[in-house]
Design a protein. Structure first.
Length: 379
C-alpha cells in the first residue's frame, strides 16, 4: 500500500472511494514483495503494480468487481500455470495471495492521516487483517510515530495484540506479517495481519571504539538498527575494526551528537568510560529526545560520573534517564555476552518489559498499551 501512498493520499483527501489490492503473502519466486498494492478508483483509474504485469489484468477486474458490488473483501491466489505459462498467472514460478477490498475514505479518516505521514516522511505503521473471520478481513489499524493508535472496530484483545505487534515492527522498520490471537483465554480469534511500515531504521549511536563496541554493533545491526560508531581516536575508529557498523565516525563524541539526527527510537550507548568524553557527551544526550541512554563502567565509575554530571549542571530528573552501569545482569563477561546484556536492556526499555525471567511473572506476557484511540467505521 505504501508504494502508492502519494496517489492514495490524494484520493483520500478527495473522499474518492477505491478498491485496494494488496499482496499479503508470497510463495516461491515473485517479482514484487509482500505489501505491494494496486488501487482502482470508481472511474477505472489504476495506480501501482503487484506482479510486474503478468496478473495485473485479473487484479484490475477484481478491483472493479469489488467496487461495483460494494461487498466484503476478497482473497485471490495467482500462480504459475503449467499448461499455459502466459495465461493469468506468474511466469516466474511463484504464487501470490492478494487481498482486495473497498476503501471508503470518509469511513476511515485516519487513513488519510497515515498516508500523509508517509508522504511527509514520518514513521507510520498500518496493520491490515489478511486472514481470519470473513467479517474482519481488510480491517485496519494505524500506529503513528508516537505509538498512538487509531483503528476500525476491533475487539479489545485483538486491538491490543495487533497494536503491540505493529509498534514492534515500526520500531524495527520492517513490513511483515503479524499473527494475533488463537489463545482461548485471552483472544480466541486467530488472525493474521500484514503490517505496512514506513520508517527509516532506528539509530544506535555507539561512542567508544572498543572491543565491546564491535560486538554491540553486530548485535545492533541484527536487531535492525542503523549503527554508528564514533570515537575521537582515528587509530581505533576504522571501518576494518567495525565491519557491522553502517558508519564509523572520527570526532569528539559530544560534537558528533550535536549534529546527529535523532528521534525517540534512537539509542545512545556510551562505552568510553573516560570522563573527558563521557561528561560532555552524557550532559547533551540526557537533554535530547532519544529513547535510551546507557553508559558503561563499574559502580564506582558510575558514582564518580554522576558527581561530575551534577557539577556540570545536570538535574536529577535528567540523571534519572541514565542507564548505568549499562545492560541487564546476565553475568556477562565477554564482549559478545555484554552486547546481549545491553541489547536486552534496550529491548526491555523500549517495550516496557521488567527484564525479569518470564517464569517468575504472572498474568499475560504481552501487556496492553494505554495509548489507543478507536475510530468506528460505518458498515
Amino acid at each position: 500500500m505504501l508504494n502508492i501512498a502519494d496517489t492514495l493520499h490524494r484520493w483520500c483527501r478527495e473522499a474518492r472511494p477505491f478498491a485496494l489490492a494488496t499482496v499479503v503473502d508470497v510463495t516461491g519466486s515473485a517479482p514484487l514483495p509482500v505489501g505491494t498494492s494496486v488501487a482502482v478508483d470508481e472511474d477505472g483509474n489504476a495506480v501501482g503494480s503487484i506482479s510486474g504485469g503478468c496478473v495485473e489484468g485479473a487484479v484490475y477486474e477484481l478491483c472493479r468487481q469489488v467496487l461495483r458490488d460494494g461487498g466484503a473483501s476478497q482473497r485471490a491466489r495467482f500462480g504459475y500455470l503449467d499448461d499455459d505459462a502466459f495465461a493469468v498467472g506468474l511466469t516466474c514460478g511463484g504464487e501470490l495471495d492478494v487481498l482486495v477490498q473497498r476503501i471508503d475514505p470518509t469511513a476511515r479518516p485516519y487513513l488519510a492521516v497515515a498516508l500523509s505521514d508517509v508522504v511527509h516522511g514520518r514513521p507510520t505503521a498500518v496493520a491490515q487483517i489478511a486472514d481470519g473471520p470473513e467479517e474482519l478481513l481488510g480491517r485496519m489499524l494505524y500506529v503513528d510515530a508516537n505509538g498512538d493508535t487509531r483503528h476500525d472496530t476491533l475487539s479489545g484483545t485483538v486491538r491490543r495484540e495487533l497494536s503491540a505487534r505493529a509498534r514492534a515492527l515500526l520500531r524495527s522498520g520492517r513490513t511483515a506479517r503479524a499473527e494475533v490471537g488463537g489463545d482461548a483465554e485471552t483472544c480466541p480469534e486467530r488472525l493474521s495481519a500484514l503490517v505496512h511500515v514506513h520508517a527509516s531504521r532506528p539509530r544506535m549511536l555507539i561512542f567508544g571504539a572498543v572491543d565491546f563496541a564491535a560486538a554491540l554493533s553486530r548485535a545492533g545491526r541484527f536487531l535492525g538498527y542503523r549503527v554508528t560508531v564514533c570515537d575521537a581516536r582515528p587509530v581505533f575508529a576504522t571501518g576494518a575494526r567495525f565491519p557491522h557498523a553502517d558508519e564509523v565516525v572520527v570526532d569528539w563524541p559530544h560534537r558528533y551528537l550535536e549534529r546527529a539526527d535523532v528521534d525517540a527510537r534512537t539509542v545512545v550507548c556510551v562505552l568510553t568510560h573516560d570522563a573527558k568524553f563521557d561528561v560532555p557527551l552524557l550532559r547533551l544526550a540526557l537533554e535530547l529526545p532519544v529513547g535510551y541512554v546507557g553508559a558503561m563502567g563499574s559502580r564506582r565509575t558510575h558514582e564518580e560520573r554522576l558527581r561530575l554530571l551534577r557539577e556540570a549542571g545536570v538535574t536529577e530528573e535528567r540523571l534519572g534517564r541514565l542507564r548505568s552501569p549499562i545492560g541487564l545482569d546476565l553475568g556477562a563477561r565477554t564482549p559478545e555476552e555484554t552486547a546481549v546484556s545491553i541489547t536486552a536492556e534496550i529491548v526491555a526499555h523500549a517495550n516496557g518489559g521488567a527484564g525479569l525471567p518470564l517464569s517468575q511473572g504472572t498474568g499475560p506476557i504481552h501487556r496492553p498499551s494505554v495509548r489507543e484511540r478507536p475510530v468506528p467505521v460505518s458498515r
